[in-house]
Write a protein that binds this ligand. Structure first.
Ligand code: PMP
Length: 410
């Protein structure tokens, strides 16, 4: 590999041996700061950790216990590369809540939806291909796309999600430049990091544009069921079966420690996805899948999702009212679900330059630049309300106001 792929990394004796694709695997510039930000005295509005303490432990202990009683060694054995059949059937019930009708044959269980992103990228992306995504977009999806040496092209969004007209323009420009567009990656509901939701009309329009240009849609929907007032529009996959790979996960509606998610693929793709899954992990964790299956069969999982909604709704309200009180000069999105608020800072503030000062004031956020591959986002920050308590959120926003007011006074 060429030496410019790992700048400044020449303490590593294997430096010149890495494959080209390893160049995409670079620690973000803010990673070191986040190590500091994980100190207990820092209020972190940076991470996206679900508040798993809202899940009663006895529900999990009971499911684990029952799995061992009923399944014994099977739960500890390798399993199918596609996933446990009973769980795949239950996943259909989960997806039906967002309007999806499917066959369990087309569900592939993965090690979190993160792993499904990896597998889809492995199947479809060649060096130099383009993935279109919203701008901003989910950091770790972009890390994967880049590790397959694809370029991410950001289409702007507004409070109703990706702007279809802008999508058309981007496709036209990319095609005129001779680029191959392989995937349209979208997080339509309660976007990470923007907090907005793609309207129903736009879902249909974007699907039509993708179809017209023969582009596969990758619909990533980890937050769809975590709405606050009214449900998000039905999933894009509910109206388009052949042109969409849909990704779901139990990470936010149950717990990420199970590392269990899934892909619902067009039938033609399903087989390749299973083969890629087997090549990568042989089979996703039997134990996790069986515990989740038992939990879904015996616990009131819909009520548990309601509990999570209540927790996150209260935290979002704490965040928005604290922003209104302490930082009225800022603009922010008002998410109707999920974990994140996207804030726009006034000129001339720079979210990345400001972060060390924020950490010094014992509050952390994620600078907007992390969510773009092209240097944009300096005027934005992502605030997560999922993990800190409402009191911590209020304290964090007060501290942030001290930092921002100080910057504006300079
Ligand atoms: N996609 C998005 C948009 C996410 O926010 C996350 C988690 N932060 C994931 C995928 C990965 O989730 P998991 O692997 O836990 O299912």
């Amino acid at each position: 590999m060429t030496e410019n792929n790992q700048p400044g990394n020449n303490l590593d004796p294997w430096y010149s041996h890495y494959a080209e694709r390893a160049a995409g695997l670079r620690a973000s510039e803010v990673r070191a700061l986040f190590a500091v930000a994980s100190r207990p005295e820092v209020v972190s509005l940076a991470g996206g950790m679900p508040f798993v303490s809202a899940l009663p432990q006895d529900l999990v202990i009971n499911a684990m216990d029952q799995v061992m009683v009923k399944q014994g060694p099977t739960a500890l054995q390798y399993g199918s590369g596609q996933g446990v059949p009973a769980l795949r059937e239950q996943i259909l019930e989960v997806m039906a809540l967002e309007g999806i009708q499917a066959n369990a044959d087309d569900v592939v269980v993965t090690t979190g939806s993160q792993h499904a992103l990896e597998l889809v990228s492995k199947l479809f992306l060649d060096p130099g291909d383009v993935v279109i995504s919203e701008g901003p977009s989910y950091v770790t999806a972009m890390v994967i796309f880049r590790s397959y040496q694809a370029d991410v092209d950001h289409v702007p969004m507004d409070e109703h999600g990706m702007i279809p007209e802008a999508l058309r323009e981007h496709i036209t420009r990319l095609k005129a430049a001779g680029r191959t567009i392989k995937l349209l990656y979208t997080i339509p509901s309660f976007h990470n990091p923007a907090g907005v939701t793609l309207s129903w009309e736009r879902r249909l329009e974007i699907l039509a544009i993708a179809k017209e240009h023969d582009i596969l849609v990758l619909e990533d929907n980890p937050y769809g069921l975590l709405y606050f007032d009214k449900p998000a529009p039905d999933a894009m996959r509910s109206v388009e079966e052949d042109g969409v790979i849909y990704l779901g996960t139990f990470s936010k509606t149950l717990a990420p420690g199970f590392r269990t998610g899934w892909a619902l693929a067009p039938h033609a793709i399903r087989e390749k996805l299973v083969l890629a899954n087997e090549a990568a992990v042989l089979s996703p964790s039997s134990f996790s899948q069986l515990v989740i299956s038992e939990y879904l069969a015996t616990a009131d999982w819909k009520e548990q999702i309601n509990t999570f909604r209540g927790v996150y709704r209260e935290r979002k309200e704490a965040m928005l009212s604290a922003l209104g009180e302490h930082l009225p000069q800022l603009e922010w999105t008002n998410p109707n679900g999920g974990f994140y608020v996207w804030v726009t800072l006034p000129e001339p503030l720079d979210s990345k330059a400001m972060l060390p000062r924020a950490v010094k004031e014992l509050v952390a956020y994620t600078p907007g630049t992390a969510f773009y591959g092209d240097g944009n986002g300096r005027q934005n920050i992502r605030l997560s309300f999922c993990y800190p308590t409402p009191d911590q959120i209020r304290l964090g926003i007060r501290r942030l106001a001290t930092v921002i007011d100080g910057e504006l006074d300079l």
